[in-house]
Design a protein around this ligand. Structure first.
Ligand SMILES: Nc1ncnc2c1ncn2[C@@H]1O[C@H](COP(=O)(O)OP(=O)(O)OP(=O)(O)O)[C@@H](O)[C@H]1O
Ligand SMILES: [Mg+2]
Length: 508
């Protein structure tokens, strides 16, 4: 047997129960040495829970995990790291106030006597950083790094600890296309050096691009392990979801736009040093897409429309009347809703259950003679729980205990159930699984039929192309192009977004 066919990790009948939920049930499969192994499943399938067990974060569970055939009973996350199991997760835990090098060696600093040996520390760290082709130094402060660079620091940390296995949990969710490419190059190099990679992502194209094999979980149970080259995207989705789902963003109904009814009109909106002279119209029944690379300031423009940033100049008209949106509260009063990209920190109340979080934007509706009618609120929640397939199906489950993707579904439902006329969604399906994506697209179409208007900011080109009636492309704080979404291709948008289009590059 060739060496890379040896199992390095074996999950054997792993079961993990949280109060009221069986997150994992008798999960058994193995990861072979030197492979890039995808861990797949819908939101709430149990992927992060299984990784947390592997990394010693959860120490209480049934069944066993074997590392190179021996039972691995990690007592803590550090214990796992010391035994060669490291992780690079989406919310990278970097301490901003110290240097890059200090972050890499944190807790395991080289010492001379009792003192930290900074010379050796930076030497070692710089050695690893240059191996990773990073263009920042161990001596740099961590707070100067971009998200992609912070991930490189997490990888450097794994290398410092001589990791044999590294897991990545949705690593590309906040990365630009360029950063994603760089990350994939590194992952392949780590593999060539004999490291084993476990890779979690909802972006299936990535699985086909870099993974060798995949294991699939559904509702906490193991479904299958297979070679990626032996399966199509559709077959993979079917195994994850248990039914046929279209993985594409497609509009079922066209022609809902009322051309003569402009709902929102933004003119020459400027936020000093961030973006300038942005003008656009949003029509009734329309989805307007905002495209552009990470850093093109799309989010800033719409946060300013929403009153979360104070505009320097420009005007905003709602249904033909100039309005002064001085704060998000004012925007909500006027019927504008914004679903932020960073839903975990901006999207829901930590101490509320699902029914309360989803009901947040229309509490007054559930109130009679000043008293909150709990059953009405629960009913409202149940409607959306079904519509977007929230798991577990429980209005009284605490949102904070849901899986990442399910938390996002709660935040989206909150706004879908509101009375907003204009909904702005920033990366609406980030971290959301394929099945739920299709469900969210359907809900958006329903809103259009009800005469609402929608703005989507999205880095996923198939999503902007598939869902929008018109697309605005931004680059470096400027609007470079407004496109009617007919016969557009992903390449067209990318050209404008990157400024490589001959004609447009003169404008930008
Ligand atoms: N700390 C916790 N307390 C209670 N329930 C939890 C906790 N962590 C996870 N769960 C539940 O366990 C199940 C599996 O969650 P997990 O986070 O592992 O899913 P996931 O596959 O990583 O999903 P996603 O793709 O959305 O990140 C979910 O039903 C979730 O609600
Ligand atoms: Mg997860």
């Amino acid at each position: 047997m060739r060496e890379h066919n040896e199992p390095i990790i074996q999950f054997q009948n792993v079961t993990k129960v949280f109060p009221g939920v069986k997150a994992l049930e008798e999960v058994s499969f193995e990861v072979k040495k030197g492979e890039i192994h995808a861990l797949l499943g819908e939101n709430g399938a149990g992927k992060s829970t299984l990784l947390n067990i592997l990394h010693g974060v959860y120490t209480e569970y049934e069944g066993s995990v074997r590392l190179k055939k021996n039972i691995a009973q990690f007592k803590s996350a550090n214990d796992a790291i010391e035994q060669g199991i490291s992780k690079v997760h989406q919310e990278v835990s970097i301490i901003p106030e110290i240097t890059v090098g200090q972050n890499i060696v944190l807790g395991y600093e080289p010492k001379r006597g009792f003192l930290i040996d900074y010379k050796t520390l930076h030497e070692k760290a710089n050695h690893i950083l240059s191996r990773l082709n990073c263009n920042f130094k161990s001596e740099d402060m961590a707070n100067t790094l971009s998200t992609g660079e912070m991930q490189m620091v997490a990888i450097a940390k794994a290398i410092y600890h001589k990791a044999e296995v590294i897991s990545f949990d949705e690593p590309t969710a906040s990365l630009s296309t360029k950063e994603t490419k760089a990350l994939f190059k590194i992952i392949n190099e780590l593999k060539n050096d004999g490291m084993t990679i476990i890779y979690v992502s909802h972006r299936l194209e990535e699985i086909f691009e870099i993974c060798d094999r995949a294991s699939i979980l559904r509702d906490g149970k193991f479904v299958d392990s297979l070679s990626v080259s032996d399966i199509t995207k559709e077959e993979l989705i079917k195994k994850m979801v248990g039914r046929d789902v279209s993985s594409f963003a497609v509009r079922n109904k066209q022609g809902l736009v009322k051309d003569d009814e402009v709902v929102l009109e933004v003119e020459n909106l400027t936020l000093s040093n961030v973006f300038e002279n942005i003008s656009f119209q949003l029509k009734k029944g329309e989805i307007l897409g905002f495209s552009g690379l990470v850093g093109s300031k799309r989010t800033d423009v719409l946060r300013t429309v929403f009153g979360a940033e104070k505009k320097t100049s420009g005007s905003i008209k709602l249904n033909g009347k100039e309005v002064n949106i001085a704060s998000p509260e004012k925007a909500v009063q006027l019927g504008i809703g914004l679903i932020p990209e960073n839903r975990k920190t901006q999207g829901f109340v930590k101490y509320f259950d699902n029914a309360n979080n989803i009901g947040l934007t229309k509490l007054e509706k559930f109130t009679k003679f000043g008293l909150l009618q709990h059953n009405k609120k629960t009913k409202n929640c149940e409607h959306y729980v079904n519509e977007i397939n929230l798991r577990p199906v429980d209005p009284h489950y605490m949102t904070v205990n849901l899986s990442g993707g399910n938390q996002q579904k709660v935040v989206i439902s909150k706004w879908l159930s509101s009375d907003a006329e204009v909904l702005i969604l920033d990366e609406p399906t980030k971290g959301v699984d394929v099945g739920a994506k299709a469900e969210i697209y359907r809900v958006l179409e329903e809103l259009l039929e009800k005469g609402k208007s929608i703005i989507i900011i999205s880095s996923e080109l198939p999503e902007v192309l598939g869902m929008s009636d018109r697309i605005i492309v931004m680059r470096e704080g400027k609007k470079v192009k407004e496109l009617d979404n007919k016969q557009l291709t992903e390449e067209d948008i990318l050209q404008y977004a990157m400024g490589v289009n001959n004609h447009e590059s003169k404008i930008g």
